[in-house]
Design a protein around this ligand. Sequence first.
Ligand SMILES: NC(=O)c1ccc[n+]([C@@H]2O[C@H](COP(=O)([O-])OP(=O)(O)OC[C@H]3O[C@@H](n4cnc5c(N)ncnc54)[C@H](OP(=O)(O)O)[C@@H]3O)[C@@H](O)[C@H]2O)c1
Length: 351
Amino acid sequence: MAGLRVGVVGATGMVGRVLLERLSRSRFPVGKLLPFSSGRRKVSVPFRGKRVAAPAISRSALESCDLVFLVSSDEVSLEYGRSLAKKGVWVIDDSSAFRMAADVPLIIPEVNEDALRRNKRLIAGPNCTTAGLAVALKPLHDKAGLKRLRMASYQAVSGAGREALFEFFSQLKKSARVVNGSNPLPRLPALQAAAFPKPIAMSVLPHIGPFDANEDSKEELKVRREMRKLFGLKKLEVSTTAVRVPVIRGHSLAVWIETKKSMSPAAARRVLQKAAGVKLWKTGAYPTPDIHGTGDPTHVARVRRSGTNPRELSLWIVSDNLLKGAALNSIQIAEVLRKRGWLTPRGKGGA
Ligand SMILES: NC(=O)c1ccc[n+]([C@@H]2O[C@H](COP(=O)([O-])OP(=O)(O)OC[C@H]3O[C@@H](n4cnc5c(N)ncnc54)[C@H](OP(=O)(O)O)[C@@H]3O)[C@@H](O)[C@H]2O)c1
């Protein structure tokens, strides 16, 4: 098969870099790569041993693609998502612009691959927290029926993009000057914060996105709505607290689920052991986030009976926000489209 023309909008960002790195190492048939950035700087990105220029978006170049990954911002996705799909381009969008649109499939291949449609060329990927959560909970839902979900998420700074990370690094550098081993309670310098409402270095912020009238943050609402859409459970009870933590990469979740049918921790472990995309940890061991990433699987550990409800299980889940939370999930969706024979070169070039 001739190679595909593949556009990546946001190729220089956190997700874009990881996506290109993964595509580069894969056998995905990229005939021509068209990466784009904001165009504010002259930049190029590495791909399969070469450097490829990443200029500002060109609509005509994007329209010539077979597949476009949108990994930039809600605004850019809103401007290009639907119009590209109308022109026959397959569009996989990692922003939150279309996730809840009734006519746009929200897809995690391990969870709801069947929701893909040949005539729906605009496809949304989930929020980076929802991704790992849904992969871990789907097999348990299939077995026992998910009724109620409670969760606290501990979310890495890279989930907020490159500029937030740079701000975090500069706060760390400033703080490190006074944390020198001579005073156990040093007086920290005043830290500037623009990416988040308060400095994130040496702190935790229970505030990801704006609060609504109920004081739920936007991130918390995204998880609730996306879980309901992904699982087709309109009334799923979801209560979450999303916390930004001073971690570079990897989201961690403390999760409590109540199921319709009773399920013992041992039964849950048996299900998770065989589940697609899940790595179940041995009893007593647990995963932690890692600056180098935690790889493809969603890590699950500490599966135990909760202390308050015999129907409730408690789990610890860690997944890579940049991989399964965005880039990897999008590439997996593209692989499914190819496997089904829906994503093919449209005859405008290629290798
Ligand atoms: N980070 C995560 O863990 C994660 C997980 C799931 C989904 N997402 C979503 O994925 C998207 C990208 O996130 P990110 O963390 O990678 O953000 P990021 O690090 O801030 O990168 C943003 C990218 O978008 C480009 N860009 C900005 N304005 C543009 C414009 N007007 N035209 C074209 N390109 C433009 C930037 O180019 P320059 O280099 O030129 O500035 C950069 O390549 C967002 O929608 C985010 O919500 C992120």
